[in-house]
Each structure stands twice: as C-alpha cells, then as structure tokens.
Design a protein around this ligand. Structure first.
Ligand code: OAD
Length: 231
C-alpha cells in the first residue's frame, strides 16, 4: 500500500513506534517504573506529593530518549510527509523527540514533550534537556521562583490542542494508527470519530489494540517491519 497526494493522511502514533528504538512501552513494562505504577508518577497528585520522584522519573526518560535513535518507522513517516506535504499530519502520544529527529515537521505532541518544561505559575514552556535527580536540584522559575514541572500531560489533564487534532481529523481521508494499545482516551477515541466521518482507518502493530474492532484494516507486524512498506 502507498499513500498518494489523493490521500489526506492523519497518523496517530503511540509508544510502540519507539519500542524498536529501545524505549519501553507503558503496558509492555507492566506499567511499572522502579516498582511504581506509571499513574503514581504521572499525575498532578504525584507532583504535589513528591515532585522529586516525578522529576527523577522524567529525568530517567530524558536520559533514555537522548540515548535512543529514530528507527525505520519514524523515518518512513518523515518520507511520507515529504511526499504529501500539508496533506500529512502526525499526532503522537509520545513525548520523545524521535519523530522530529527522523525529519518529521508536522508533528503534534498531544501528551506534551519530554524536552520542554514550564513554570507552574508562568506556564510558558521552554526547551529543557537537564536532569533533575535530587531534591536540591529541583528547578525553579528564574522569574517568579515557583517550581518548574515537566511539560507533560499527566493522567487527569487535558491533552494539548484537541481542537487542532479534531480539525485535522475532519480533513483526513485516511487515519493510520501505529503502536498504541487503545487504552488511553481521548487518543483511543480518534478512530471512533474517524468512523463517524466515514474515514478509512488502519492499525499497525504486533498485537491487537483494545479498540481493534473499530478499525477497517489491521496490519499485524512491528512498526519497522510494516511502515517502510508504505514507501
Ligand atoms: P502502550 O504501552 O499502552 O501500548 C504500546 C502498544 O505498542 C501496544 O499495543 C503494543 O502492542 C505496541 N507495540 C509494541 N511493540 C511494537 C512495535 N515494535 N511496533 C509497533 N507496535 C508495537 O502505549 P500507548 O498506547 O502509547 O500517556 O500509551 C498511551 C498513553 O498511556 C501514553 O501516551 C501515556 C501512557 O500512560 C500519558 O502519559 C498521558
């Protein structure tokens, strides 16, 4: 299968596309980090209770992502974008920057970005690759002195620019979903909206996602096995 300029492609990626770059998926690792459930370190409640723990978690993820390289699946999407131009839109649930490093430009990080932080009061995100792993090193805003947090959408928070996502979805002719378990909403509901609009939907991954029944087509295989075949 090849996507052409007659298509308007909306791509949704999840942790599975970065798995072959060596980054752990959420459910694959049993949802655990150092014995903590992800929802114990990726929530506003965790931040209020223990910001040091939260920053150690995201510092570890920064370190892992910095060491990882984009794989053939990230590269294939960047090549498809070159061909389709503004008829291509990539919405990722991933907070790593592997899509950008593969050459993708039209990328929206609906769950935020690992390499940005923001002051809890000023709220403006800024680039940040630093590691904060001790209570003494926790960052504070240089302007107002309030704590700086990861620019990440935590459980219970609203994903970024849902309006833009729905606008792009409304224009799509094909929705391609890669490597996501279909368990976290609203991302998992994108396929349902596509179905209501009569948009063709395709899933790529080694296992069936929870919402497998909602797709027109399932292509079984890993992201690096399947996506280069679209070129
Ligand atoms: P999950 O860990 O829930 O699911 C990963 C999916 O990737 C699974 O369906 C696997 O079958 C699939 N997979 C594994 N290896 C793959 C490979 N080589 N190629 C393709 N697919 C592969 O991750 P997500 O669905 O992305 O949210 O998780 C969704 C959200 O839950 C995340 O963005 C995060 C998390 O908690 C927040 O942090 C808000």
């Amino acid at each position: 299968m090849r996507f052409t300029v007659d298509d308007r492609l909306f791509v949704l990626t999840g942790a599975g596309i970065s798995a072959e770059s060596g980054l752990a998926t959420f459910r694959g690792s049993g949802g655990l980090w150092n014995g903590y459930r992800v929802d114990q370190v990726a929530t506003p409640e965790a931040w209020h209770a223990n910001p040091e723990l939260v920053w150690r978690f995201y510092s570890m993820r920064r370190r892992d992502a910095l060491a990882a390289q984009p794989n053939a699946a990230h590269l294939a999407l960047a090549t498809i974008e070159q061909r389709l131009g503004d008829r291509f839109y990539l919405c990722t649930q991933n907070v790593d920057d592997l899509h950008e490093r593969a050459g993708s430009h039209r990328v929206h990080h609906m769950h935020g970005s690992l390499f940005q932080s923001r002051c809890v009061r000023c709220k403006a995100p800024f680039p940040d690759k630093a590691l904060y792993e001790t209570a003494a090193s926790l960052p504070r805003c240089p302007d107002c002195g309030e704590p700086v947090r990861p620019h990440i959408v935590w459980f219970g928070e609203i994903p970024m620019d849902m309006e833009g996502i729905y606008r792009e979805l409304g224009r799509a002719t094909v929705v391609l979903v890669v490597g996501t378990s279909g368990s976290v909403y609203p991302a998992a509901g994108i396929v349902d909206i596509a179905n209501q609009k009569g948009i063709r939907t395709i899933y790529v991954g080694p296992e069936e996602p929870l919402n497998a029944d909602a797709f027109d087509e399932m292509i079984q295989g890993t992201a690096t096995e399947v996506l280069p075949k679209f070129l």
